[in-house]
Design a protein around this ligand. Sequence first.
Ligand code: HGA
Length: 607
Amino acid sequence: MCGIIGIIGKDDVAERLVEGLRRLEYRGYDSAGVATIHDGAIERRRAEGKLANLVKELDRDPLPGTTGIAHTRWATHGAPTTNNAHPHATKEVALVHNGIIENFKALREELTARGRVFDSETDTEVVAHLVSELVEQGISPKDAVAQVLPRLHGAFALAILFRSSPDMLIGARLGSPLVVGYGDGETYLGSDALALAPLTQRIAYLEEGDWVIVTAGGAEIFDRDNNPVERPITISGVTGELISKGNHRHYMLKEIYEQPVVVAQTLRSYLRRMEDQVSLPVPDFDLGAIRRVTIVACGTSYYAGMVAKYWFEQFARVPVDIDVASEFRYRAPVMEDGGLMIVISQSGETADTLAALRHARSEGQKIAAVVNVPTSTMAREADLLLPTHAGPEIGVASTKAFTCQLAVLAAFAANLARAKGRLDGKAEKELVRHLAEAPAALNAALAYDESIEAMAHLVAGARDVLYLGRGPDYPLALEGALKLKEISYIHAEGYAAGEMKHGPIALIDDKVPVIVLAPSGPLFEKTVSNMQEVQARGGKVVLISDYDGVQAAGEGCIATITMPKVHPLIAPMVYAVPVQLLAYHVAVAKGTDVDQPRNLAKSVTVE
Ligand code: HGA
């Protein structure tokens, strides 16, 4: 979270900095700000809330200057106010920061004791003062930064501007991403290649602990021991075009509708349809040696991982552990030889998941990364890159990335099963055929959009909603509840249907809609029994099933949503559509900010 960009330009940079922030708004939208050097002084414009507010501020009071930095914030320390907005500045130094300075309290006390006065409540401001006080003593910006960086604990990507050196920026990275962009007589810093896409495609990725002096002519990079280092310049291939909503009212709806196409696109890299075989984009990875799988992810990606656990166990008969990344990293997980960690992250930058990846690597695990951004840190650090081809996902609530993750994980489970000798040619052929049916089934599920919209009012008025599912549809219940919470702000919980009677059933009354996910299949009757336990206590049920399921169990429900009849393997992909559409239409009915819900950010780059 938090997006940063810096430009050493030939002309005024404020407009281009704001353009870069537009591409970074997925990282946070609590506030935004820009600083440049103009007439020998640092000048700033900052505004609370969305980027549009900063644009208004700049229209009212333009900011000249050919060297500048900018930031879009997702607050960790200090409320999302203008005063806490970055850049943080003294007379000598201005800087933007992504990350958390964990020892900021001690540093702030130390600085305050020396008479420094703080303007904000952020952790970030200590860095501005630490650097500034050295510069004020006559120490060069380069030496000042080199002295300050080792004092910072936690995570940071920084871009720093110096009043005394208007043709230079200094960047640094530890734990949060930062790239250098090489232009034509201009040089850039950015949180990612996307931010710099319209400016340049020539990108160098800084490594952990690196810091960099950027001038118009290029960049001098140092490692954490201050040794000069070279980092390769790669061509990012990221398109500079801002993605439009097309004919859709929101990005989220557009992305829900893209699912048949992007799932098909993703599956193409993992299925050989002519041979009815599954395949991997990296064919020479030794899957046969894997004895145990550990899946680690956060949020929606974690639920994709939960579904995949059923597949890995069922097809490959490999034991699977799964954990949310923030928990996994700070317990003492047992990781044995022959273990594969699968990390799942849309952005490939999720800080908790990245920390888990690095921990697992240090414990000798192989790493596979299911990510949607092939240039991301996780993609670069994994042994096996398993890309989803969902295209840019702009809506903060993940939709198409989730179904593409499921497609990749199902195909990967089948690959592992084959490598383990657990999948004969006939079973593989069947699996491939079922997976190949997913895009058409997703399309058929979208046809129920209007009927879902028509019943959304049954949920929109509720204060609490429960979602129930069994087997691989249990994680779908969790995902349905998460989608509803995220964008409609209604409290929702997902439960394993059989677990209701062990406690949550006490919550049931006629004001709590219960959404039941029950595709026809081996678990249908058990789920329906649990649903009837709810109905027997006056619970109001919305049943999501196929035609047969609705015929068999729809009576007495306040609404039913009919899905196409699909093989249980692809049901989690297909049933994602109604839970996404339901959350979407409820949010629209409530008038919330669907694409940028309060308090959230798309890419979570702080732990
Ligand atoms: N800690 C800083 C930066 C926050 C951040 O990187 N969020 O993702 C702040 O609160 O401003």
